[in-house]
Ligand binder design. Structure first.
Ligand SMILES: N[C@@H](CCC(=O)N[C@@H](CS)C(=O)NCC(=O)O)C(=O)O
Length: 233
């Protein structure tokens, strides 16, 4: 059994997609990041950066294995199952390149754009909004070129697609049109049709439907809890 510490956000979806694709036995545990559950000592022992997603693999042998950071989790699960990372050394290398590309580029830029859009003060934020929207669109343009003549980011569907998809999936919520990025748009549709992707996105959607996860909680989420930065001793 794998425990998944989860909230229904793009970063959470990545891992849920992989677990669903692999058909691994897992239990999703809602981590209430809006109530500060990420700062509990038990969770920090698993995820020292106080962010979800994180997993604890209780089927890894005598001692459970914990993993934090979505990219590291996908890599761990790909190694565990031997799936979704290609077998050719070149494909494995490219999969890692795009996994890290998302982690260092598309994800943080989209996250910061969402932060300034939803949380920033109404006045004096034109620069930040333009900066992060521009960076997000620049990343979409990079992906557009990469997908030229390709169905997936690397040869076959892989953890690189799973890592990148969620932040492209929400483009319209960020008021960014994909019209200028037809390859990205077609790839997004292709992935959206996969049953595992749909199941992952639906995971805990009922919480949103019950109103537990709404515009206000989104504002808190994208505030990124700067108030909790540990004080220097
Ligand atoms: N680079 C991290 C990002 C994870 C992340 O930002 N998670 C957010 C939710 S989407 C979180 O846990 N936020 C809690 C907080 O801001 O305190 C990953 O890919 O796993």
């Amino acid at each position: 059994m794998i425990e998944l510490f989860y909230a229904p956000t793009p970063n959470g979806w990545k891992v849920a997609i992989m677990l669903e694709e692999c058909g691994l036995r897992y239990e999703a545990r809602f981590l209430d990041i809006f109530a500060g559950a990420q700062f509990e000592p038990e969770f920090l022992a698993i995820s020292p950066n106080a962010r979800m997603p994180a997993i604890v693999d209780r089927d890894a042998g005598a001692t459970p294995v914990s993993v934090f950071e979505s990219g590291a989790i996908l890599f761990y699960l790909a190694e565990k199952t031997g799936r979704f990372m290609g077998t050719r050394p070149q494909a494995r290398k490219e999969t890692l390149e795009w996994l890290f590309w998302q982690t260092g580029n598309l994800g943080p830029m989209a996250g910061q754009y969402a932060h300034f859009r939803m949380f920033g003060p109404r006045e004096r934020q034109d620069y930040s909004l333009a900066r992060y929207r521009g960076e997000y669109e620049r990343c979409l343009a990079v992906l557009e070129r990469r997908l030229d003549g390709r169905a997936f980011v690397v040869d076959d569907y892989s953890i690189a697609d799973m890592q990148i998809f969620p932040w492209v999936f929400i483009a319209r919520n960020l008021d960014v049109s994909l019209d200028l990025f037809p390859n990205v748009s077609a790839w997004r549709e292709r992935l959206k049709q996969r049953p595992a992707v749909r199941a992952a996105i639906d995971l805990m959607k009922d919480r949103q439907n019950r109103g537990e996860y709404n515009a206000d909680t989104n504002r808190m989420l994208y505030n990124q809890t700067a108030a909790h930065i540990p004080q220097r001793r």
